[in-house]
Design a protein around this ligand. Structure first.
Ligand code: ZN
Length: 423
């Protein structure tokens, strides 16, 4: 709504009323006028200039934002932080620029009011310049990097960490849901913002495909009237993995479903897979998937942290065991519902150490909708008709799961596990 705010002075009452009405209608009208008023800065194009002694990454802008930049290690990257800048280019423009220092770069919204450019380095580099400037052709963002030694790079990273400990993005607290007797289902569209996830060869992006599916699934579950639904993100923004888990736990979710899509070099591999969490991966493919998905925070320039596994007492262990049994139960049920939509992977039930599935007290699964690298999957994933049917079947599996759980709650002796769930 903030983009429609009328700022200049106190508006006459009829304008205030019109503004309120527009806000209430979701402000679908006037996007151009609203943007002009907000003077939001956009990035229009990006290009690399390779000079003999340095590499220069340039973005043409519509304004001059303040810029800060710092290096991070493991793997070596340069992080460029900006206020909210709208990137109006193809999101995969920076995938393989073919530069000797800049291996690839990403850009997008990092947190509300903050945008970020992440540069993956092909070799250790130092920042010569990171600023916005008024050039002859208009305002632009200039990032200049020069080669340096691995030792100098490491020393700069250490100095940066000492001066400014890495902080995760500040996110608005999710509105605490008023407790009702309806169970809560948290749906988690993977990736978002500058982390676009897997990409298809025609520029399809996992972050968009999974958001559309998540919205369709929310609608189908809400139609049953038997559960409340919360999306971890309902627009194109970055969200750290730990934040997704926190949202599920803080809202006392009965079920957490993370939605993803993959891509593979082998374009014949197709179909959906349902993953649960386990210490040891069920197979090499599941291990690869978990490793890839667990890198999501790194894609947005967050430090990769050691897995802070909670050290468990006996109650914790019992709860975790029970939660995992429920996760597997839902996974099997979801797969049998999906058989009616077709499109299952040859081996649709797998497990591995997914960080996003680690809430010890919320049954959690990761639904991999299919492969953006498969033409067949891609035509399904981008078809509204298929999405509606697949979301419908997923909602039916969710409904069956929460109905069974509430029956158990009324008759605890029938619970599948003898472990008591601590409240
Ligand atoms: Zn993913």
């Amino acid at each position: 709504m903030r983009r429609t705010a009328l700022r200049a002075g106190t508006p006459p009452p009829f304008i205030a009323m019109a503004a309120a009405l527009l806000a209430a209608l979701g402000a679908l009208a006037w996007p151009a006028a609203a943007e002009e008023q907000q003077k939001e800065i956009s990035a229009l194009t990006a290009r690399i200039e390779a000079l003999p002694d340095r590499s220069r990454l340039l973005f043409d802008l519509t304004g001059l934002p303040p810029v800060t930049a710092h290096p991070v290690a493991n793997p070596p990257r340069i992080i460029v932080d900006l206020p909210e800048v709208l990137f109006r280019m193809e999101a995969n423009a920076g995938l393989s620029p073919g530069d000797k220092l800049i291996k690839s770069y990403r850009y997008g919204i990092f947190a509300p009011g903050r945008s970020r450019v992440v540069i993956d380095l092909a070799a250790p580099a130092k920042i010569l310049k990171a600023d916005s400037e008024a050039a002859a052709g208009g305002p632009r963002l200039v990032i200049e990097l020069a080669p340096t030694s691995a030792g100098h790079f490491a020393a700069t990273v250490a100095e940066q960490a000492r001066l400014q400990p890495a902080e995760p993005p500040k996110l608005p607290a999710t509105a605490a849901q008023a407790p009702t007797d309806k169970p809560m289902v948290v749906i988690d569209p993977g990736h978002g913002g500058l982390d676009m996830g897997a990409t298809g060869k025609h520029g399809e992006m996992e972050k968009d495909v999974v958001l559309e599916f998540a919205r369709a699934l929310r609608d189908k579950i809400q139609e049953t009237g038997r559960a409340r639904v919360l999306l971890t993100r309902d627009h194109d923004m970055f969200l750290p993995l730990a934040e997704r888990v926190r949202i599920a736990r803080e809202n006392n979710a009965t079920l957490f479903v993370s939605i993803h899509a993959d891509t593979l070099a082998a374009s014949r591999v197709e179909g959906a897979t349902v993953y649960t969490v386990s210490e040891r991966a069920s197979d090499a493919e599941a291990a690869r998937m978990a490793e890839k998905e667990n890198l999501a925070d790194q894609a947005a320039g967050l430090e990769s942290k050691a897995d802070a596994e909670e050290v468990g007492d006996i109650l914790f262990e019992l709860t975790r065991r029970e939660t995992r049994a429920y996760s597997r139960q839902f996974s099997h049920s979801l797969i049998s519902f999906w058989r009616e939509v077709g499109a299952l992977n040859k081996n649709p039930s797998r497990s591995a150490g997914f960080v996003v599935l680690k809430a010890f007290d919320v049954p959690s699964v990761l639904l991999e909708l299919g492969y953006l690298s498969s033409e067949k999957d891609l035509s399904r994933l981008t078809s509204q008709d298929w999405r509606e049917r697949a979301a419908q079947k997923t909602a039916e599996a969710v409904d069956a799961f929460i109905s069974a759980r509430s029956r158990e709650a009324r008759a605890p002796a029938e619970a599948p596990s003898s472990a008591t769930r601590p409240q």
